[in-house]
Design a protein around this ligand. Structure first.
Ligand code: AMP
Length: 580
């Protein structure tokens, strides 16, 4: 971790295990909310950023999703709000409405014990009515996409005259989406005396320039990746959505040949919940977190050493320094918030010259974190597939066979039962194999021995199944409509073209903002004199189409509709379309 100013004390390379949120000067009500959500220690970016923001500095944070950057700005902002004032005091700009909503949820959970603090999301595609009435009632924090915020400023429906904090989240992404002008206008037209925090995964020249122009003596925070490799540990990853994680873990437990295992989760609350779920599935599992008393922790670790316990569900802090030879597997049920923790976690296996296995669950949006891990460990992780029903059943049958073989070796007991069975066969005239099958049914109980094809149906997950924010990885928020990369695109026509001086970035920005689309949703954009053709997913739902057709670009209604042959348009061969 480094800061650009020598006046700021050198920050630790990563979050220090002994540092606590209580050391960072946050408001007591915010600390209480942190206790509820179960975070143990500040992440590296939080430990570095929070004291600076609490001290009134402007900050530039080089951080990407998954590092805990949202809390890095939300916690100090909330700690310094005046709940009595009714005009917005904090504004967070985010590139997409998904991110705006996530940031809002985060603010709300951290503000749970702050009386009277209201947080409002403002994004394109949502009716103005709700936003206007909420603004009239009074809010302290607004989280929005730049386009819609600008609309409100133009209409004078958003009063930022008392703004004290401005956060630019994923600044590079906002620029890529064509919001540079809007962002600059907002920076310039809000009170000069505000504190600004800018977060960005990359630092292109344009962001440097904006920072120099609008931020006052900003302190810059970057997370450095230390490297460490562990050649005796096989590292794999599995792409799963949040709701699939328990099922995925259960299947892995069935097919992997493990002795002892540590399953890492992000929060204290989750350790207990997951351990309970594993116990319910018949595994010997226990939870340890920073909250567990030392004596209890030692007892649990001893049980793991002796084999009384096979699975430990732990947080980073709880598993620090754990040295148990039996641990053959580490599962990162939730990815850690920095690469340092990853290296530390997987180092819990492959002890005493043994080999080890590390399996990381990666949600689709966490792929960037995966790349960072690969860079830090200088080892590629191999992708694995969710064990199939056939894999699981093959393992179950092998175990069943092994159990029979082992039982046959239990000599005095087998002798006694042989007499009883022989008596049964004689008196009922039933073949021995049928009797054996009947006994298997008795032994198996209600649980089927094998999984059925039904169990392999892809998991559907929608908003109703969404876990609480504190318990889930933000990355796997079910997308409104995440388009598989191979799904087809269709050409849509919009009523703005070269004559109206539109540029591709404006089109991307407006459609993304109003329709909740992502960059991957865009294909080619072809700007003609009077209209433009834009490739978007062929299966856009009607409500999105309605919203998009009512969108304005440069003040003109775009009247988006499917393009059917473009009468009057020039042939596609005339212009080389731009690829997005
Ligand atoms: P972000 O980088 O802000 O998108 O956060 C990534 C995830 O980390 C979110 O699910 C947060 O709830 C979680 N998180 C943030 N800070 C911490 C922390 N100090 N300890 C554990 N989890 C955290």
């Amino acid at each position: 971790m480094s800061t650009s100013e020598s006046s700021v004390p050198a920050e630790p390379e990563t979050a220090d295990a002994t540092q606590s949120f209580a050391d960072l000067g946050l408001d007591a009500a915010v600390l209480k909310a942190l206790k509820d959500v179960g975070y143990e220690t500040p992440s590296a970016i939080q430990a570095a950023t929070i004291p600076l923001l609490m001290a009134g500095h402007d900050v530039i944070g080089m951080a990407q999703t998954g590092t805990g950057k949202t809390a890095a700005f939300a916690l100090p902002v909330l700690s310094q709000l005046d709940p009595g004032a009714q005009k917005p005091q904090a504004l967070v700009l985010a590139p997409t409405r998904e991110l705006a909503l996530q940031v809002c949820e985060a603010f709300e959970s951290y503000a749970a014990h702050l009386k009277g603090v209201r947080v409002l999301p403002i994004y394109g595609g949502q009716g103005y009515g709700t936003q206007l009435s909420a603004l009239r009632r009074g809010v302290q924090v607004v989280v929005g996409t730049p386009g819609r915020i600008m609309d409100h400023l133009d209409k004078k429906t958003l009063d930022l005259s008392e703004l004290r904090f401005l956060v630019l989240d994923e600044a590079d992404e906002m620029l890529r989406m064509g919001f540079a002008e809007d962002v600059e206008t907002i920076l310039a037209e809000t009170p000069a005396e505000k504190q600004v925090a800018l977060f960005s995964a990359t630092m292109p020249a344009q962001i440097r320039r904006i920072s120099q122009q609008y931020l006052r003596d900003p302190k810059e925070i970057t997370v450095k990746n230390k490297t460490a490799t562990s050649a005796n540990i096989t590292q794999r990853y599995l792409v799963v959505s949040y709701p699939q994680k328990v099922d995925a873990l259960t299947r892995i437990l069935e097919v992997e040949n493990f002795e002892g295992m540590i399953v890492f989760v992000r929060t204290k609350n989750e350790t207990e919940t997951l351990a309970e779920k594993l116990r319910a599935r018949g595994y010997t599992a226990a939870a340890i977190s920073g909250d567990v008393a030392q004596a209890q922790r030692e007892r649990t670790v001893n049980q793991l050493k002796s084999g009384k316990l096979d699975i430990l569900v732990a947080t980073d802090v709880a598993a620090r320094g754990l040295d148990v030879d039996r641990i053959s597997h580490v599962v990162n049920y939730d990815l850690p918030i920095d690469t340092e923790s990853y290296v530390h976690r997987i180092g819990r296996t492959g002890r005493a010259g043994r080999t080890g296995d590390a399996i990381s669950f990666v949600t689709p949006r966490e792929r960037r974190m995966l790349t960072a891990i690969e860079k830090a460990t200088r080892q590629p992780l191999t992708q694995m597939q969710l064990p199939s029903v056939e894999d699981v059943n093959a393992t179950r049958l092998t175990r069943f066979d092994d159990a029979i073989t082992a039982a046959l070796e239990q000599s005095p007991r087998i002798e006694r039962f042989r007499v009883i069975i022989a008596h049964y066969v004689e008196h009922h005239d039933i073949p021995e194999v049928d009797v054996a099958a009947a006994l298997a049914v008795v032994a198996q109980g209600e649980t089927p021995l094998l999984l059925s094809a039904e169990d392999d149906r892809p998991q559907r997950f929608d908003d109703r199944e969404r876990p609480e924010r504190a318990d889930r990885d933000r990355g796997d928020r079910p997308e409104r409509r995440s388009r598989p990369s191979n799904s087809s695109l269709a050409k849509y026509r919009i009523a703005v073209g070269r004559r109206h001086r539109v540029e591709p970035r404006q089109i991307v920005g407006a459609l993304a903002n109003e329709g909740g689309l992502k960059r991957e949703d865009f294909g080619q954009i072809d700007i003609r004199p009077d209209f433009s053709l834009v490739e978007l997913p062929a299966d856009l739902p009607n409500d999105v189409l309605d919203r998009l057709s009512g969108t304005r670009i440069s003040g003109r209604l775009i009247e988006l509709r499917l393009d059917r042959g473009a009468p009057g348009g020039r042939s596609d061969r005339e212009r080389k379309p731009r690829q997005y």
